[in-house]
Ligand binder design. Structure first.
Ligand SMILES: [Zn+2]
Length: 143
């Protein structure tokens, strides 16, 4: 019990100290390195970013982001935070794309007894010798 109180007192002291520091030098107003330094820091740590966002091509997304910033004449205070959000969006949209991949079932409209064929492509030319015609997509299913 005594130990627990000690920790609580300690935490209170830390909190008080932090709020005093924040008054002297607020986190929100703390100066960040220049854009050049922030971007080169990102470039130097591409592996680290790749570990956090394994489905994303980090280098490509960084170029895309820099292009976007330039095209839209945007300046950011915290490029790392902006890049993190950028990658989060990119990785979400990749996951969504993967989810939306369909498989297409090809079949004959003339003879329902013909064997269906499945493909991940929707522009396949599958010919049925029995019906002497091309199989058509009769339905698509989520892969
Ligand atoms: Zn057929």
């Amino acid at each position: 019990m005594a130990r627990k109180i000690d920790i609580e007192i300690l935490l209170e002291r830390i909190e008080a100290l932090e709020s005093r520091l924040d008054k002297l030098d607020p986190v929100s107003k703390r100066k960040l390195p220049s854009k050049k330094d922030q971007i080169s820091d990102i470039k130097n740590n591409l592996d680290e970013w790749a570990q956090k966002f394994p489905s994303v091509d980090i280098e490509f997304e960084l170029l895309k982001m820099l292009d976007w910033l330039q095209a839209n004449q945007k300046r950011k205070k915290d490029y790392k935070a902006f890049f993190r959000n950028w990658l989060r969006k990119a990785s979400n949209s990749i996951e969504k794309e993967v989810q939306d991949v369909y498989r297409y079932i090809y079949g004959c409209s003339t003879d329902q007894n013909c064997k269906h064929q499945e493909s991940e492509y929707k522009d396949m030319v599958i010919f049925c010798n029995k019906c002497n015609s091309q199989k058509k997509i009769i339905k698509s299913v989520r892969a």
